[in-house]
Every structure is written in structure tokens, then in C-alpha cells.
Design a protein around this ligand. Sequence first.
Ligand code: URA
Length: 237
Amino acid sequence: MLQNVMLTTVSDKHDQIKTFIKEELEIFGGPLYQPEDSQHIESEPQPVNSEINDLSVFNDAIKNCMSCPLGASRNSFVFGAGNPNADLMFVGEAPGEREDMEGVPFVGRAGKLLDDILKAIDLSRDDVFIANVLKCRPPNNRDPKKDEIEACEPYLIKQIELIKPKLLVALGRISAMTLLRKKDSLTAMRGQVFNYHGTDLVVTYHPAALLRNPNWKRPAWEDFQKIRDMYRGNKRG
Ligand code: URA
């Protein structure tokens, strides 16, 4: 019994240390951060060669994708959700467990926080489109791998081409590094406006990181106020 309690405690500590390191690296980056085989893609993504010009038809065309090994382990293909004509589009990393079960992005605790943040800037999911770099869940929520990103990113680019948002928001360092082909800290990438295949892109904290470290909620709120202002400034109609 005591041994079980001690094992649990050691395992909890291990998880806490892992979370702490992940948080520090998420924000500050650094030479320690070498997620296996991921993010360091130099080639430009290949566009999807498709005449499709409707988002739900595109979903139907790709939802049985088996281009990478994640196709075999997924429960759901998480295409993305929201307004197909949104001016504002969020890009997370990859579906987690709940998203994989439900087929909808950001439905877990991080998603609830994202909903609250959207509400605080007078928006809802019906106003925006939410997608991920990967459409299928990596086992145990590990970081996306290079070959998975290479296989999946063309879908994201096609989604952006169809939705034509005025502003893209990368949620978290991994999404930003992946999209921007840049190995940098979140701190360095926040506060800049990048160009992603012709669309403005800004970077902010991943909502899951905000759940782990509430001290980041204030700077995140500053980011979201800027996002709101850029969105209002650029809105169609
Ligand atoms: N985290 C992400 O990056 N995307 C989701 O859809 C859920 C959690």
C-alpha cells in the first residue's frame, strides 16, 4: 500500500517536472528543446492538387486520409469547425483525446478556455474557424512528427485557401514553428505579424499552456485584444 502511494507520488513528481520543462521551453525555447524528428521542416508544403472549392466537399474528400500512420490509430479525422467564411482562423497543434473521440477541435478543457477567451472579445465559434496543423491525434498527445506535418499541412493550406481568412492565429509554439518554418521561442514570435502564404499570421499562447500556467493569462489577454482589433480593422462587411 505504502509502496503504491510512493510510486504514485514519484510518478506525479515526474509528470510535474515534465510539465514544468515543457512550459519553460514553450515560452523561452532553447537548445534543450529537440522534439524528436519534428518541426524542422525546410521544404515548402506541397499544395493539394484539387479543384474542390467547397469546404465540406473538401472535408469529404480527405476524411479517410491514410497518408501517414496516424490514419490507422485515429478514432476521428478532425477537419476543423466553425464559419466557412470566417475572417479569423485559429490553428492549434493536433487533436487530443476528446477531439479524437468527438471529431471536433478544441472540445476539452483547453477548448473551453478558448471559448471563454473568444467570448471576452465578443466572438463565438460561429464567427471563426478553428483547425489544427494535424487532423489526427498523435498517440499519447506527443508532438507532431515531421512526416506527419508534411503529409497533413497541405490540407491546412487548402482550408485557408477556401476560407480566405484575413487573420490567422497560431496557438502555441509548436503550431507557430511548424507554420513559419522557424525555430524560435514563443516570446520572440509573439507581437509580430507574419505572412503565411499571403495571409497575416500572429502567434499567441496555446490555451492548454494557459491552463498550466495562469501567469500567462495576462499577456495572452493582451494578444487577444490585439487580435480583436486587427480582426475588427480587417473584417469584410
Ligand atoms: N489542442 C490542440 O492543439 N488542438 C485541439 O484540437 C485540442 C487541443
